[in-house]
Design a protein around this ligand. Structure first.
Ligand code: PEP
Length: 249
C-alpha cells in the first residue's frame, strides 16, 4: 500500500499574500488525510507565511527550493540549511533541474548541499533527470544514476535512506510533455536498484517521486506505475483547487 508524497514546487511564484490566499482555499478543499503527505516548496521569502498557515496540519510540510552548501558566512544573497530550518523548513529540493541548467549547479555542489541539509536536519528531495539529447543517445539511466551517486556522496547510508528522490526528465519540466508511465517506471526501477546498492534493505523505503508536466489528467496513471511513490509538481500546483485535485488522486 503506497503512502504517496505530493510536492508542490512553486518556483519563483506566490508572494506571501498570494500564498496565504492559496492556503486558505487549499485547506478548505483538502481536509486532513493521513494516508498521504503533502509538501510545499515556496520561495524563501514566502516560506514563513506558508509555515504559519500549515502549523496545525501534521500531514502538510514546508521546504525550501535551494540552500547554500556552507553552514554560514559571507555568501550574500544565499540561504543556509540552518537558516531555512530556523524559519520552519523541514525539506529542501537538491539539484532541481533549473538549479543545474539555469544556474550551472554541478553534481558535486548538489552533493555538498545534501550534506549541508543533513547537518541542519532538513530532509533532502534529491532531483535527478536527463536532457532530451541524453535520452536520445540512450544515456538516461547512466546520467540519472551518476547524479544520484554524486548527490549522496557526502552522506551516510542511513541518511540516504532518510531522503527522497525525484526523477524529473529535463525535457518534461514545464513543457507539457510527460514521460510515459512505462518510461518513468523503467527509470524509477533503476533508481530503486541503486538505492538498494547504496543502503541495503532500507533503500526500499525511500520515496521516488516523478516530476515533469504532471496535471490532474495524468497524475493517477503516473502514480499507479511501479516504483512511483509520489509526484513533484510545478505549474499545476499554483492554483489551489487544481492542486487539491492532484493531491486527492
Ligand atoms: C518542477 O518544477 O519540478 C516541475 C516538475 O515543473 P512542472 O510540473 O511545471 O513541469
Amino acid at each position: 500500500m503506497k503512502h504517496p508524497v505530493f510536492a508542490a514546487n512553486w518556483k519563483m511564484n506566490q508572494a506571501p499574500a498570494d500564498a496565504k490566499a492559496f492556503m486558505r482555499q487549499f485547506l478548505a478543499y483538502y481536509p486532513r488525510q493521513q494516508d498521504r503527505t503533502v509538501l510545499f516548496f515556496p520561495s524563501a521569502l514566502t516560506l514563513s507565511a506558508v509555515v504559519e498557515m500549515v502549523k496545525d496540519r501534521t500531514d502538510l510540510s514546508v521546504g525550501v527550493q535551494n540552500i547554500h552548501w556552507e553552514d554560514k558566512g559571507a555568501f550574500t544573497g544565499e540561504n543556509s540549511a540552518t537558516i531555512a530550518r530556523g524559519a520552519g523548513a523541514r525539506y529542501v529540493l537538491a539539484g532541481h533541474s533549473e538549479r543545474r541548467h539555469v544556474f550551472g549547479e554541478t553534481d558535486e555542489q548538489t552533493g555538498l548541499k545534501v550534506a549541508a541539509a543533513e547537518r541542519a536536519g532538513l530532509t533532502a528531495v534529491i532531483c535527478v533527470g536527463e536532457t532530451l539529447d541524453q535520452r536520445e543517445r540512450g544515456e538516461t539511466n547512466e546520467v540519472v544514476l551518476r547524479q544520484l551517486r554524486a548527490a549522496v556522496a557526502h552522506i551516510e547510508p542511513n541518511q540516504i535512506a532518510g531522503s527522497l528522490v525525484a526523477y524529473e526528465p529535463v525535457w518534461a519540466i514545464g513543457t507539457g510533455k510527460t514521460a510515459t508511465t512505462a518510461d518513468a517506471s523503467v527509470v524509477h526501477q533503476a533508481i530503486r536498484a541503486a538505492l538498494r546498492d547504496l543502503t541495503g534493505e532500507r533503500g526500499e523505503a525511500v520515496p521516488i517521486l516523478y516530476g515533469g508536466s504532471v496535471n490532474r489528467g495524468n497524475a493517477a496513471a503516473l502514480l499507479a506505475a511501479p516504483e512511483v511513490d509520489g509526484l513533484l509538481v510545478g505549474g499545476a500546483s499554483l492554483e489551489a483547487e487544481n492542486w487539491a485535485g492532484i493531491v486527492r488522486t
